[in-house]
Design a binder for this molecule. Structure first.
Ligand code: TRP
Length: 336
């Protein structure tokens, strides 16, 4: 095992409440891979959070294996990182409870993600959905994470985590490290292929709006061909006036590793059809080796279980240290 004590501690994760998409790759996974050599990193399968909305057990289980195999296929090394399932480390639920006792109702009522999710038509609102940011704070504080790479939509949750850590430390001394939000400056927000002013999302009811990391070449081509573009015919990067075209240019730029101005020159005199097909081809080519590695990894669930068991063992040992300090701070009796 590598000695990593002096490195900044990074923790992140994605909920297996839908498929992993190219937007997760661009916004999260590729950044994780880039950090694994310089940071002490923990990457989670955020399964406890996934059940804040109803999940079918068989689908959830299959998707959890898909997630772990994709984390690895995308380049995360199970030796360099601690890769684990949130539900395998009971300290998450335990610290979540403790932090509930320090969180004000009003702080959770203000959360914009809760307001969005709970006001959607037909939404089933359970207490877990309301309480979700507190569990997320527990995820982070258990490992004394210093850096938490998240999308902009999670910034408010990070701020709550900081507030809780500060509040707790104020009362009990320096128990928690106050984490920094770390919103990667890729400048690339990946938008829905159907409504390019909205972010690409795994919970979008239309599968045409997103590209899954496991979508087949045929499906990818079909989805790009159906992508909503803008009026006019010029291929120009202009997210205000041309959100659809700009989103395709962003994707093509990332997946073909070509600067956007060079792409604009390349497409002079060509139509939207050419842009769609070439973007699809770049995504298909980029995903091919990841999908190939995925297939090999996914075929051996026992090996994935072993990786998760190893990750959970390491995560548990670290989480327990924090949890004992928290329990002790409250005056709970020592465990013998
Ligand atoms: N709430 C995050 C999301 O939906 C997932 C998450 C849960 C997370 N716990 C976390 C992310 C801890 C970073 C750190 O994207």
């Amino acid at each position: 095992m590598v000695m990593t004590a002096a490195r900044p501690v990074v923790l992140s994760g994605i909920q297996p409440s839908g498929q992993l998409l190219i937007s997760h790759y661009v916004g999260a996974m590729r950044n994780w891979v880039a950090m694994q050599d310089t940071h002490d990193s923990l990457f989670m399968l955020v399964d406890l959070h996934a059940i804040t909305v109803p999940q079918d057990p068989a689908t959830l289980r299959a998707r959890c294996y898909d997630f772990v195999a994709l984390y690895l296929a995308a380049g995360l090394d199970a030796q360099k990182n601690t890769i684990f399932a949130q539900s395998h480390v009971s300290a998450h639920a335990e610290l979540g409870w403790i932090l509930n006792c320090y969180t004000h109702m009003g702080e959770l009522e203000r959360m914009t993600q809760f307001k969005d999710k709970s006001t959607r038509a037909g939404a089933v609102i359970n207490v877990g959905l309301f309480d979700y940011p507190v569990l997320m704070a527990a995820d982070i504080l258990l490992y004394q994470a210093t850096h938490v790479p998240v999308g902009a939509d999670q910034k408010q949750h990070l701020e709550l985590t900081r507030d809780l850590a500060i509040r707790f430390n104020h009362q009990y001394g320096e128990v928690f490290t106050v984490p920094e939000p770390f919103i990667p400056q890729t400048g690339a927000r990946i938008m829905s292929l159907q409504e390019p002013t909205k972010k690409m999302s795994k919970s979008d009811p239309s599968a045409l709006s997103y590209i899954g990391l496991l979508d087949t070449p045929d499906v990818i081509l079909k989805k790009f061909k159906k992508a909503v573009t803008d009026s006019g015919s010029e291929i120009r990067f202009d997210p205000e006036e041309k959100p659809g075209v700009s989103n395709l240019l962003t994707l093509l730029s990332i997946f073909s590793n070509t600067e956007i101005p060079a792409l604009e020159r390349h497409f002079e005199g060509q139509g939207y059809g050419a842009l769609k097909v070439q973007t699809a081809e770049a995504v298909i080519a980029f995903l091919a080796p990841i999908q190939e590695k995925f297939a090999a990894l996914r075929a051996d669930e026992g090996a994935l279980d072993d990786i998760l068991a190893d990750g959970a063992g390491r995560a548990r040992a670290r989480a327990e240290v924090t949890l004992r300090r928290v329990y002790d701070a409250h005056g709970f009796l020592p465990r013998r």
